[in-house]
Design a protein around this ligand. Sequence first.
Ligand code: SAM
Length: 222
Amino acid sequence: MKLSFLLVLLMALPGAVHAQDGVKRDDHQMHRLHSDPKAYIGALEDPKRDAYQKPHEVIHTLNLKSGEVIADIGAGSGYFTFHLARHIGEKGKAYAVDVSPDMILHVNRRIRELKTNNVVTVLADPDDPLLPDRLVNRFFFSDSWHHIENQTKYLSLMKKMLKPRGEVVIIDFHKKELPFGPPMQMKIAREDLIKQFDSNGYRLTKEHTFLPYQYFLVFVPH
Ligand SMILES: C[S@@+](CC[C@H](N)C(=O)[O-])C[C@H]1O[C@@H](n2cnc3c(N)ncnc32)[C@H](O)[C@@H]1O
């Protein structure tokens, strides 16, 4: 099915929540979108997304260092991965971690097309990013923490995988009606996320508030 046709079809159906591209979809339609990799990649890469996702401001705010190792968990199409990779230099490494073989294939193709030499893909387990211990300066989750099922296990694994003074960055949708984002029942309220991290040994160190629909939080292990 052609992407344009699929999106028109999805827009025509009733009972709406909204994905990253602003197209209204109910749960069933969201499920279909997630099972159609081409359409999902199209939604993640939709240029309209930049207006609220503000990738350049996000990257600027991270103040990335040359030589950093960053793990983009739930990297999807690589929307953020390639921006991140450009700011960590040739000695840095950006791991694009995802559970979807289709997304990993797509990122692999982009690596070849863009001749990028500091992005590495990892086809991960749903409850384990499969990275070595003491490797990562920053874990980066954009619209992906709410997808992790065993978050407690993830929080414990990340502590081992972080280098000393390493950080976990979480960008995700506020739990309220918004023109974009996952269904309400998948969203995690900012306050609940901070409590969850706190009770699993992480302290909130920074918060950035320029994104209109998402919280942008930075944690370090206690
Ligand atoms: C909404 S997309 C976000 C993609 C990207 N971070 C972005 O901002 O464009 C969520 C991604 O998380 C991936 N994902 C879902 N569950 C995951 C898990 N347990 N571990 C790693 N990735 C996961 C999905 O395959 C999908 O590519």
